[in-house]
Design a protein. Structure first.
Length: 109
């Protein structure tokens, strides 16, 4: 037998906020291979989006799947604003530690 549950707009708003708060967290945990990173400068003038294809010490090597560009990113959580949702990191980095790389070098195993 099916049950019909009636929700008010405020009930729905409260549920959505609770789910979003559970999923979103501030994180300083290092991303893993396959994670997606959205890295922004403080003023949003520069940005880079890519998947982590290799990790060496504190360097993450990223590949942008849309443009094919690759980059090296120095992971230094101090001074970063990081929001993690699932396997995606949204990072505001005042120093914007992104260095463009040749893809064969950046993502080699």
């Amino acid at each position: 037998m099916k049950k019909i549950i009636r929700l008010t707009e405020s009930d729905l708003t409260r549920i959505v906020k609770r789910v979003m708060n559970e999923e979103m967290m501030t994180s300083t945990s290092k991303p893993t291979i396959g994670s997606t990173l959205f890295v922004y400068a403080k003023n949003d003038a520069k940005n880079f989006t890519g998947k982590v294809c290799r990790i060496k010490d504190n360097y993450l090597y990223l590949k942008n799947l849309a443009t094919g560009e690759c980059a090296e990113y120095l992971w230094n959580p101090s001074g970063l604003t990081v929001t993690k949702v699932g396997n995606t990191y949204d990072i505001t980095d005042p120093s914007f530690n992104i260095i463009k790389q040749d893809c064969t070098r950046a993502c080699k195993k």
